[in-house]
Design a protein around this ligand. Structure first.
Ligand code: ADP
Ligand code: MG
Length: 473
C-alpha cells in the first residue's frame, strides 16, 4: 500500500489546477462553469492516481469535495455509447445517494445522455424495476436495496468498470459490512474500486483487504487550528515520569484522556501505576485479542474509563469524537506523529489540552517538534500540579457486560426497555449501549451499577433471563 499524505498547507495554484489532469476540454469547461476553479486538497491528492486507474482509499473531512473526486474518475471510465451499468456507487442513506446523484449529473453535463439512476430502500421496487428496464450507465444506491436488485437479477453488473464506496465509515457503522462484501463479489474482478470516508476506523482496512487491489491511500488531515489546542510541556526525570502523569490527571481532571507511550512496556507500567492509585485506566496495545480490544474501546467511548493508554500503532484507526486531553508520556522521535497525537483533542471547534512530558535526553525530539510547528514550547513546572477537586478521578459511568447479543436478537432498544420500562431507571442513568454478535455492553451511572447488575441478573431481557456482570478494572 502506498501512502501519499499531502499536508494541509495550501497547494501551489498550478498543482491544484484541473487542467493538469487528463480530462476532456468539454469537462474542463464544465468545471469552470460550475465554479470549480481549482481542485480541493483531496481532489488534488486522489485524482492523478485515480485517473490512472488505481484503486484508492481516500480520507478527508466532510465538505472537502470527495464526490467530485470519484465522480470525475467514474465519468472518465465511462463509455456513453455502451448502454449498460458501468458504475455502481454505494452510499449509506437515501439522502446521501440523492446528493451524489445530483453532483454526478452536474459533472456529467459535459457529455450527452449519461443516465444516472438512484436505487434506495423505502421506495417501491416496482418503479425502480421499470426504470432499470430502460437502462442506465450509473447506479447510485444503498447496499440493502442494491442487494435486492442483484438477487432479483434486475440489476446486471457484468459491464461494470468502477465501484465506489462513499461514506464507507458510515456504512460500516450502519452494519453494511457483509452486504458491501457481497455486492463487491458480484462485480467483475477487473474493475477500479474507490473508497471514500471521512474517518478511518479499523473496519475500513478490513473492508479494503477483502476486495481492493493494491490501493493507494490518500489522507488530507484537517488542519489543526493551533490555537484550539493548548500545549504545555513539563520537564521530568525518567524516574518521575509515570507519577507525573497521575499528577497531571489529578490537576487538570480531564473527562477523557488518551495517553501515548512509545512502547508497550511503558503502557503496561503506566496503567499499573494509575490503577494502583484508584484511577480507571486501560491499556490498548498491539497484541490484545480483538475481543479485548473491542471491550477496551467500548469502555473508553462510553465514559466508563477515564484514561486510555496506547502506543501509536494501537491508536491508529481509533476514532473517538471528543477527547478532553492528550498526554504525551514519552516524546515521539517523529514530529509528524506528535502533530497527529495532539490532533486527537480539540476537534470540531472544542478546545483541547495537550500535555507533554520530556526528559533531558528527549530535548532533541522536542526541538524537531518546535521546528515543525514553527513555535517554541511553553514550559511549566511539575510543582504547579496540585490536585484539584475531590478524591480520585472517576469516570461517570460503569460498563455492564451482558451475555448475549445480536445473534440472540438483542437490540439496543430491548436493553434500554429492560432498564427503564421494566426496572424503572431513568433514561439519564443509562449511557451508550453496544450490541455485538454475542455480547452486549451498556454503560450505567456509576452510583447504581452494582444494583442494576444484580436486578438484571434476576430479571429478563426480551423475556429471557440473562447473565450480567460489572466490568471492573
Ligand atoms: P464531501 O463529500 O467531501 O463531504 P462534497 O463532495 O459534498 O464534499 O463537496 C462539498 C461542496 O464543495 C459541494 O457543494 C461541491 O459542489 C463543492 N466542490 C467540490 N469540489 C469543488 C471545487 N474543486 N471547487 C469548488 N467547489 C467544489
Ligand atoms: Mg460526501
Amino acid at each position: 500500500m502506498t501512502t501519499a499524505s499531502p499536508n494541509a498547507s495550501p497547494l501551489a495554484a498550478s498543482a491544484a489546477d484541473f487542467s493538469q489532469l487528463p480530462l476532456t476540454p468539454a469537462m474542463l469547461a464544465n468545471l469552470q462553469q460550475l465554479g470549480y476553479l481549482s481542485m480541493t486538497a483531496i481532489q488534488a491528492a486522489s485524482l492523478p492516481a485515480a485517473l490512472l486507474g488505481k484503486d484508492i482509499i481516500a480520507q478527508a473531512k466532510t465538505g472537502s469535495g470527495k464526490t467530485a473526486a470519484f465522480a470525475l474518475t467514474l465519468l472518465a471510465n465511462l463509455n456513453p455509447r455502451r448502454f449498460a451499468v458501468q458504475t455502481l456507487v454505494l452510499c449509506p442513506t437515501r439522502e446521501l445517494a440523492d446528493q451524489v446523484t445530483t453532483e454526478i449529473r452536474r459533472l456529467a453535463r459535459a457529455e450527452d445522455n449519461i443516465k444516472v439512476v438512484t436505487l434506495c430502500g423505502g421506495v417501491p421496487l416496482r418503479g425502480q424495476l421499470a426504470t432499470l428496464e430502460h437502462g442506465a450507465h450509473i447506479v447510485v444506491g444503498t447496499p440493502g436495496r442494491i442487494m435486492d436488485h442483484l438477487e432479483r437479477q434486475s440489476l446486471q453488473l457484468d459491464a461494470l468498470n468502477t465501484l465506489v464506496l462513499d461514506e464507507a465509515d458510515r456504512m460500516l457503522d450502519m452494519g453494511f459490512f457483509d452486504d458491501i462484501v457481497k455486492v463487491a463479489r458480484q462485480c467483475p474482478k477487473d474493475r477500479q474500486t474507490l473508497l471514500f470516508s471521512a474517518t478511518y476506523p479499523e473496519g475500513i482496512a478490513k473492508l479494503a483487504a477483502q476486495f481492493m487491489r493494491d490501493p493507494v491511500t490518500v489522507t488530507v488531515e484537517a488542519q489543526h487550528a493551533g490555537g484550539q489546542i493548548e500545549q504545555r510541556w513539563y520537564q521530568v526525570k525518567d524516574n518521575e515520569r509515570l507519577h507525573a502523569v497521575s499528577q497531571l490527571l489529578l490537576h487538570f481532571r480531564p473527562a477523557s484522556t488518551l495517553a501515548f507511550c512509545n512502547t508497550k512496556a511503558q503502557c503496561r507500567d503506566l496503567v499499573a501505576v494509575l490503577q494502583a492509585q484508584g484511577m480507571s485506566a486501560l491499556a490498548l496495545f498491539g497484541e490484545l485479542e480483538q475481543r479485548e480490544r473491542d471491550q477496551v474501546l467500548v469502555r473508553f467511548a462510553n465514559k466508563s474509563c477515564s484514561v486510555l493508554v496506547a502506543t501509536d500503532v494501537a491508536a491508529r484507526g481509533l476514532d473517538i469524537a471528543s477527547l478532553a486531553a492528550v498526554i504525551n508520556v514519552d516524546v515521539t522521535p517523529d514530529p509528524e506523529v506528535h502533530i497527529h497525537r495532539i490532533g486527537r483533542t480539540g476537534r470540531a471547534g472544542e478546545s483541547g489540552l495537550a500535555l507533554n512530558l520530556a526528559s533531558m535526553n528527549e530535548m532533541g525530539s522536542v526541538g524537531k517538534i518546535e521546528q515543525l510547528q514553527g513555535r517554541e514550547s511553553e514550559w511549566h513546572e511539575l510543582a504547579e500540579l496540585v490536585p484539584t477537586g475531590k478524591g480520585p478521578l472517576m469516570p461517570p459511568m460503569v460498563t455492564l457486560h451482558i451475555q448475549g447479543g445480536r445473534k440472540e436478537k438483542i437490540r439496543p432498544g430491548d436493553v434500554l426497555g429492560a432498564l427503564t420500562a421494566d426496572l424503572g431507571y431513568t433514561r439519564e442513568q443509562v449511557g451508550k449501549i453496544n450490541v455485538n454478535d454475542w455480547s452486549t455492553y451498556v454503560a450505567v451511572d456509576r452510583a447504581i451499577a452494582e444494583q442494576v447488575a444484580s436486578r438484571l441478573n434476576d430479571g429478563r431481557i426480551k423475556g429471557k433471563s440473562v447473565k450480567v456482570r460489572v466490568l471492573a478494572d
